[in-house]
Write a protein that binds this ligand. Structure first.
Ligand SMILES: NC(=O)c1ccc[n+]([C@@H]2O[C@H](COP(=O)([O-])OP(=O)(O)OC[C@H]3O[C@@H](n4cnc5c(N)ncnc54)[C@H](OP(=O)(O)O)[C@@H]3O)[C@@H](O)[C@H]2O)c1
Length: 242
C-alpha cells in the first residue's frame, strides 16, 4: 500500500488506462460511497446521513465529473433526494441513471427538477404504463430492462444497454442494496471509499451473506489519502475465478 499525494490523478489514470473499459461489454464501473468507521452508510434505511467532510465531498464531485454516468437505486432517491450533479467545481455533470423497478421515482425529485440532464430511469418490463408516461411527460427517459428471477432489475443487461448508448464509464454511489448487487455480480472495477472518523452503528453498505465467500473480491493497487478528517481509499477490484 502507498499513500498518494494526488489520489485523484491516480483514480483518473487508473480508469483511463484500464483495458476492460468498454470492451468487456459494459462500461468501466467505479463504486464510490462514504461509510463510518464501523461500515455504516446511514443511521437506518431510508434516513439520510451526511458522512463526507467538505474536502472529500469535493473529491466526489471531481470523480463525478470524469464519469459519463452516475447510478443510484430508488431507495437512495427516496431517502436522500440527491441532485446527482457536479456542483462544487465548474465541470460537466454525468448522466443520471436510477434503478427503479416499480417506478416509485417522485415527480418532484431534485434529480429531475434541478438537473439539466434528464434522468434515465431503468425499470422492469411490468411497470405501470401510465406512470411511465407521466414520468416521460415530466422529462425523464424510461428504459425497460428485464428482471432477474428474484424480481430485481438485471444489472448486467442494464450495463450492456448503457454501453450501447455510448456510456463507457459509470460511477455507482449506492445505496446498500445497489452496492451489494454490483459486488455480488462482480460488476465493479474500481473502489473509491471515503471513511469518516465516526461510529454510527447503523445500516451497513453490504447486505449480510450476499457475497460468495469462497470467491470474494480482493483489493489490489491500494492507495489512500486523508481529505480533512476523512480517509479516502482507492483500489482496483480483482475477482478470483469461480
Ligand atoms: N453513505 C453513502 O455514500 C450513501 C450513498 C447512497 C445511499 N446511501 C444511503 O443508502 C440508503 C438507501 O439504500 P437502499 O439499500 O435502501 O436503497 P438503494 O440501494 O438505493 O435502492 C434499492 C432499490 O433499488 C431497486 N432495485 C431494482 N433492481 C435492483 C438491483 N438489481 N439491485 C439492487 N436494487 C435494485 C429496488 O427497489 P424496487 O423493488 O422498487 O425496484 C431496491 O429496493 C439511504 O438511507 C441512503 O441515505 C448512503
Amino acid at each position: 500500500m502507498k499513500s498518494e499525494h494526488s489520489l485523484f490523478s491516480q483514480i483518473r489514470s487508473s480508469f483511463e488506462k484500464t483495458p476492460e473499459r468498454s470492451n468487456g461489454g459494459r462500461p468501466f464501473v467505479t463504486l464510490s460511497y462514504a461509510q463510518s468507521i464501523d461500515g455504516s452508510i446511514a443511521y437506518r434505511p431510508g434516513r439520510p446521513l451526511a458522512l463526507s467532510g467538505r474536502d472529500s465531498l469535493l473529491l466526489t464531485h471531481h470523480l463525478r465529473s470524469i464519469h459519463e454516468s452516475i447510478l443510484v437505486g430508488i431507495g437512495t432517491i427516496l431517502a436522500d433526494d440527491p441532485y446527482l450533479t457536479v456542483r462544487h467545481i465548474n465541470a460537466k455533470s454525468p448522466q443520471p441513471v436510477i434503478v427503479d423497478g416499480r417506478l416509485r421515482f417522485p415527480l418532484n425529485a431534485r434529480a429531475l427538477k434541478h438537473n439539466h440532464q434528464a434522468p434515465w430511469i431503468a425499470t422492469s418490463e411490468k411497470s405501470d404504463v401510465e406512470r411511465e408516461q407521466t414520468l416521460i411527460n415530466s422529462g425523464a427517459k424510461v428504459m425497460r430492462i428485464p428482471s432477474t428471477p428474484d424480481g430485481l432489475i438485471d444489472l448486467t443487461v442494464l450495463l450492456k444497454r448503457l454501453l450501447e448508448m455510448n456510456i463507457t464509464s459509470l460511477m455507482v454511489e449506492g445505496g446498500a442494496e445497489i452496492i451489494t448487487s454490483f459486488l455480488k455480480l462482480r460488476l465493479v472495477d474500481q473502489l473509491v471509499l471515503t471513511i469518516s472518523p465516526v461510529y454510527i452503528g447503523g445500516m451497513h453498505a453490504i447486505w449480510p451473506l450476499q457475497l460468495d465467500l469462497a470467491n470474494p473480491p480482493v483489493l489490489e493497487n491500494i492507495s489512500w489519502k486523508t481529505y480533512g478528517s476523512d480517509l479516502v481509499l482507492r483500489a482496483d477490484l480483482a475477482w478470483k475465478n469461480s
